[in-house]
Each structure stands twice: as C-alpha cells, then as structure tokens.
Design a protein around this ligand. Structure first.
Ligand SMILES: C[S@@+](CC[C@H](N)C(=O)[O-])C[C@H]1O[C@@H](n2cnc3c(N)ncnc32)[C@H](O)[C@@H]1O
Length: 217
C-alpha cells in the first residue's frame, strides 16, 4: 500500500455514530464499490479483500446490542475480538465495562481502523495483526466473533478454534445474521435484534442479527 493504512482509512471514511449503537463511533464509509476499487488500486491487487473494516456488519452490531443489554458478560473481564474489522465488538465490550480488549484482524487497514476508532472512543484496545487461527486461543475470558461465517475457508478454521477456546473455559459469543457457513447445529441462540445496516452490503437496510453461544461439548 503506497499510503499508510492509517492515512488511507482517514481519507476514505467519516467518523460517525453506529446506527442503533450510538455510544460507539467508527470511521465508516458510505459506498463499498468505489472504496474497494481504491483498495485494489492502492495495493495493486485486483483480488484485494473487501474493505470490511469500513462498515459495521450485522453480526458485530448484534453482539454490540447484546453487550449493551448484558454488560455482565464482559464487565471486568478480558475480551478478545476475533475478525474485528472496525473494532466494533471490542469497543462495545469496553463500553460495557470490559477490563481490557484485544482486537485481531489480518487486514492492515482493519488494524489502522481499530486503532483510530479506539482513540476516538477513548478506549484502549490492543491490536493483533497476525493470523491467530494458527495459534492456540488467547488467554482471555470471553471471545467475540462477529460476522465470521461468510467464507467457507474462514468458517472451516474459525469453528475448531472456537471449540478449542470453549473447551478451555473461555466464553464464546458469535454474532451473525445466518450466513451460509454459520454452524447452526453447534450454536445456542441467546438473542436476536433487528439492526440497521446498509444496502451497500446486504439486500435490505434492516437485518436480523442473532447472538449465539457455542453449544457445550
Ligand atoms: C465481515 S467482517 C466482520 C467485522 C466485525 N467483526 C463486524 O462484525 O463488524 C470479517 C473480518 O474478518 C477478518 N478476517 C478474515 N480472516 C481473518 C483471520 N484469519 N483472522 C482475523 N481476522 C480475519 C476480515 O479482514 C474482516 O475484517
């Protein structure tokens, strides 16, 4: 990337409150396709990933709503936000009283976006840019996984990793609208919220976001 990821995020987003979760403010984009094109040009990679980090996804929005209603799930606890994108779930956890939060994402712009968003929210969030799915789950109390089930390859790696975390006694929360690779048989639904999203990403501007725990082994 020619520009620094931080400069790129700042150039292509605007800081705004998250619809339905206004206590969290994120650097968000309005349109996906022009931004995706800008990422492809900037990285010189026609196969560059979507700029996930520039949007609040349905799964993350649902987790945010759940943590607002149930702060005791994270209050005073160590939280790890897998596939963090903008940092949405980590920031919602910090607003709910988490002791600390770590956000992981493999996209350099996501890492820059999380750092910028943490600062704007007055929260400290540690950022991990390596692929943690190749490692044992982190030493944390709660893992949040917002909108991770959109891709077969990723879904196939996330599930065993989350199982491993659960088996070590870590609470796992999954947020998702019911995407194709969601492993429903392994999940117990905890709550469901109508969330405001954008037709830039979804077919409707409102979507049902659901929050799940991983079924005990
Ligand atoms: C659909 S976005 C969800 C973002 C956020 N959790 C939310 O709900 O708004 C999925 C994110 O997963 C990230 N991702 C993909 N593979 C990953 C991996 N192996 N480790 C960490 N993050 C990954 C992508 O870069 C992207 O930011």
């Amino acid at each position: 990337m020619a520009a620094s990821p931080r400069a790129f995020v700042l150039r292509h987003t605007r800081l705004r409150p998250v619809p339905g979760l206004e206590e969290v403010r994120l650097h968000l984009a309005g349109e996906v396709l022009p931004l995706w094109r800008a990422v492809q040009l900037e990285t010189n990679d026609p196969h560059a990933d979507l700029p996930y980090w520039a949007f609040a996804w349905v799964g993350g929005l649902a987790i945010g709503r759940y943590l607002r209603e149930h702060p005791e799930v994270v209050a005073g606890r160590r939280v790890f936000d897998l596939a963090s994108g903008s940092g949405l779930c980590a920031l919602a956890a910090m607003h709910a009283g988490a002791a600390d939060a770590t956000a992981s994402d493999i996209d350099p712009c996501a890492a820059a976006s999380i750092a910028l968003n943490a600062r704007e929210n007055g929260c400290r969030v540690a950022v991990v840019r390596r692929d943690v799915l190749d490692e044992a789950p982190p030493d944390s109390d709660v893992i949040l996984a917002g909108d991770c089930w959109y891709d077969a390859g990723l879904a196939g790696r996330v599930l065993p990793w989350l199982r491993q975390a659960r088996d070590r006694g870590i609470d796992v929360l999954v947020g998702d609208p019911g995407r194709r690779y969601l492993p429903t048989a392994e999940l117990v639904e905890l709550a469901s919220y109508e969330v405001r999203t954008t037709t830039e990403l979804e077919d409707l501007d409102r979507s049902q976001g659901r929050v799940f725990a991983l079924r005990p082994a």
